[in-house]
Write a protein that binds this ligand. Structure first.
Ligand SMILES: NC(=O)C1=CN([C@@H]2O[C@H](COP(=O)(O)OP(=O)(O)OC[C@H]3O[C@@H](n4cnc5c(N)ncnc54)[C@H](O)[C@@H]3O)[C@@H](O)[C@H]2O)C=CC1
Ligand SMILES: O=C(O)C(=O)Cc1ccc(O)cc1
Length: 373
């Protein structure tokens, strides 16, 4: 994969510990950029699949020492794995990609000693509802925020190495403290997972006729309910206090909605105290959803989407429009996803379904980098 960003700054070899969705995706992205990658995993089959997919070479005794180690194991073993890697590779920078940061940061602080200077936490805000190497993709990080979480003792060299890693795979580095990070993801990632799972769980006993009526709204709200239960149990338990705070606030809102509904059910839909809180619920939701940067509701269903990575430079969108026009294809809709400070954006070009394959071919031939989602 060649991204339209600056030349690769990451110094290899990079060792990836944990070749699941995240580790294999990272290996694919780094290999595509020409960086040497060593792979390890507790599961021989996950390791073999990552190797066969082209994410790197299984680590061996004769390997050169890695310059950078990326720990991509589940959150409950991330801290122990980071400490073990710091000890095993005394000259390497070590980072992890676990979804919860305070626990790993505290463990390195407490038990890492001088090696804490070589550790920087990180968290790519990129993933899928599927786990394992088979779900991996080298484009996973393209255009996504990648949170860098410096520890109290992280050295400058370590910080630079982890920022370079994020930028080299097309992500936008964002720096946050561990607690600030954990509070933020409780709200934007962990609470949505709980809400999606709660709504989807209500469907278990739904009559098939009711399910047959499901539209895009239900699919939008429940997409991430298909996530891996074991991974998410460790993520939620690992960030328990911030998630509990966010969930208690949600429960207060649910209670207000319930009260309005019970008033309407008992005293009629026009009774005082019934419609007001319900309208407020939806209006508050309108206000919240409008604040999501680069919100992508997905293209209208009658269209197909082609997602294109665009460099953040004058004229890039114009060139894209020109190339689509020269291909004789009409743009039906366009969405741009762009976060502050990132060097690339994503243009989601909606076209009639029959034009998707020809447009992909045409744009690839013209040198555009397409993102598979
Ligand atoms: N799934 C997602 O969308 C995202 C996950 N993350 C974080 O990335 C990390 C990895 O997640 P996924 O790749 O989704 O999980 P995964 O389940 O796809 O892969 C985890 C891999 O780690 C291996 N593993 C487990 N314990 C190990 C150990 N002690 N030593 C070596 N290998 C070990 C497993 O065999 C498995 O292959 C987690 O910490 C998760 O919180 C971060 C961003 C997004
Ligand atoms: O699928 C989505 O919308 C995600 O946000 C994926 C995701 C899952 C877990 C993370 O720690 C980070 C990102």
């Amino acid at each position: 994969m060649t991204l339209p960003t600056s030349p690769v700054a990451t110094v290899g070899p990079v060792k990836i510990v944990g070749t699941g969705l995240l580790g294999t995706s990272l290996g694919l992205a780094l290999r595509g950029a020409g960086v040497a990658v060593q792979l390890t995993d507790a599961s021989p089959s996950a390791l073999a699949l990552a190797r066969d997919l082209g994410a790197g070479t299984p680590a061996g005794e004769e390997d050169p020492e890695p310059a950078l180690v990326v720990v991509a194991t589940p959150p409950d073993v991330a801290a122990g794995t980071v400490l073990a890697q710091l000890a095993a590779h005394p000259a390497a920078v070590v980072t992890d990609v676990a979804s919860v940061k305070l626990r790993v940061a505290s463990a390195v602080e407490a038990d890492g000693g001088a090696a804490a200077a070589r550790y920087v936490g990180s968290h790519p805000m990129a993933g899928r509802e599927r786990s394992g190497p088979a779900a991996a993709h080298g484009d996973l990080f393209a255009g996504r925020p990648w949170v860098i979480v410096p520890g109290a003792h992280s050295g400058d060299d370590a910080l630079v190495a982890v920022r370079n890693l994020a930028a080299d795979v097309g992500a936008a580095p964002v720096t946050l403290g561990a607690e600030e990070h954990d509070d933020a993801v409780a709200l934007v990632s962990h609470l949505p997972q709980v809400a999606a799972s709660l709504v989807a769980a209500r469907l278990q006993d739904a009559p098939p006729d009711a399910l047959g009526l499901a539209g895009q709204g239900l699919r939008d709200v429940t997409r991430i309910a298909a996530s891996d239960p074991q991974l998410w149990a460790t993520i939620l338990a690992g960030n328990a206090a911030p998630v509990a705070r966010a969930l208690r606030e949600l429960r207060d809102d649910v209670d207000a909605v319930l009260e309005a509904l019970e008033t309407a059910a008992d005293a009629g839909p026009s009774a005082p105290g019934s419609t007001g809180p319900l309208a407020r619920l939806v209006a508050d939701g309108n206000a919240g959803v409008s604040r999501i940067p680069g919100k992508h509701g997905g293209p209208p269903r009658r269209y197909g989407a082609v997602t294109v990575l665009i460099p953040d430079e004058p004229g890039a969108l114009g060139r894209l429009f020109g190339d689509v026009g020269e291909a004789g294809i009409n743009i039906e809709d366009l969405q741009l996803e762009h976060s502050a400070g990132q060097k690339v954006g994503l243009a989601v070009v909606s076209v009639v379904p029959s034009a998707v394959a020809p447009l992909e071919k045409e744009l690839q031939e013209r040198g555009w980098h397409l993102v598979v989602r």
